[in-house]
Design a protein around this ligand. Structure first.
Ligand SMILES: Nc1ncnc2c1ncn2[C@@H]1O[C@H](COP(=O)(O)OP(=O)(O)OP(=O)(O)O)[C@@H](O)[C@H]1O
Length: 325
């Protein structure tokens, strides 16, 4: 672990180079290799019926190791959701490839759970029945479904609300159900697209802590999209910073919050083996988000998002990115 103050661990993106592995010697859980995504959109300037190519994601190369918590941060419209859709197999790259355990992703699968900003719960089903949904698709029997659903509702602290319907739950509770539903069919990877963006600040912070606890309990690989700098630093072991559209990988910042928010002279209140914030520190008075170390990481991500050389290059190249078709 790096000592407090040793913040800068960013590396430049692999843009334009051969896709060298981020973790030599081991197969990454997920690998994005020179991924580019274009959409065909209407071209208002080109006359009636004209279309043009629109590049949302450009030459994106990144490995995610098994059990890692990776956050992806970038400005609005930079292609974050597009990237998550690609990882989920909901859409295909225009060029480049995406590998899961070394095999190309060809579509959605039960090996990946997706949690969206909108809870996407079925309104006519109770919380338990919503969590059971993915298990039905997997052919799990009724009794086993109910048992697994209750286990995951317990994990997200909703045992007492298992029989409630979505309209009877708060926003935070609905998102907890959505997380339980994604975890219940035991995917190896959890893909989360700004899942807490619609929640108030206090609920968001408590769900961030819950998610870290769940991640530590389950050992899932998590890719978490956000436009919140603080959220990216608080949750991620690494923060992948994207440029404005077309989204390229600007840089990856390693985060080690070990020791941040230390509560007392012992200095161990928030130490974790994985370097992410330990919410239990809050119980002892530690406040990770207010620590100087957290502030330095936040500034580092902020600096990468603003005034980056790649941003200027992207703007300069803008006229070439939207080719007519
Ligand atoms: N199906 C589509 N067809 C055409 N353009 C699309 C499509 N999906 C996304 N885009 C465009 O691609 C760009 C990236 O969109 P995306 O939703 O991935 O960005 P984002 O970073 O998630 O944005 P936000 O933070 O605002 O949610 C946007 O300019 C968007 O308009």
């Amino acid at each position: 672990m790096s000592g407090a103050g040793a913040v800068t661990t960013a590396r430049p993106s692999a843009t334009g180079s051969a896709a060298a592995p981020d973790f030599p010697g081991s197969t990454p859980k997920l690998r994005l290799e020179h991924v580019r995504k274009e959409f065909i959109v209407r071209d208002a300037a080109g006359g009636r019926g004209a279309r043009k190519r629109f590049t949302a994601v450009e030459d994106f190369t990144l490995d995610v190791r098994a059990g890692e918590f990776l956050t992806v941060v970038g400005p609005s419209g930079c292609g974050k959701s597009t990237l998550l859709d690609l990882l989920g197999g909901l859409t295909e790259p225009t060029s480049g490839r995406i590998l899961l355990d070394g095999s190309p992703v060809t579509g959605p699968g039960l090996d990946r759970g997706v949690v969206f900003q909108q809870y996407a719960l079925l309104p006519w089903r109770s919380a338990r029945a919503n969590v059971e949904f993915g298990l039905e698709a997997k052919g799990v029997g009724r009794a086993a479904r109910a048992r697994v659903a209750d286990e995951y509702l317990d994990l997200v602290g909703l045992t007492a609300f298992a029989d409630r319907y979505p309209h009877e739950l708060s926003g935070g509770m609905k998102q907890r159900v959505a997380i339980a539903r994604s975890l219940a069919f035991d995917p190896e990877v959890l893909l989360m697209d700004e899942p807490f963006a619609a929640l108030d600040a206090q609920t968001r912070e408590s769900l961030q802590d819950e998610l870290l606890r769940i991640w530590r309990t389950t050992g899932k690989t998590i890719v978490f999209i956000t436009h919140g700098i603080e959220e990216s630093v608080y949750l991620g072991q690494r923060v992948a910073v994207m440029t404005p559209r077309p989204g390229r990988l600007q840089t990856v910042i390693d985060v080690d919050l070990a020791g941040a928010g230390d509560a007392g002279p012992s200095g161990d209140a928030s130490r974790t083996d994985d370097g992410t914030a330990d919410h239990s520190a809050d119980d002892t008075g530690g406040d990770v988000r207010s620590s100087a170390l957290f502030g330095r990481y936040r500034h580092e991500v902020w600096s990468a998002l603003h005034g980056s050389p790649t941003q200027a290059q992207g703007a300069a190249a803008g006229t070439q990115e939207d080719a007519h078709v």
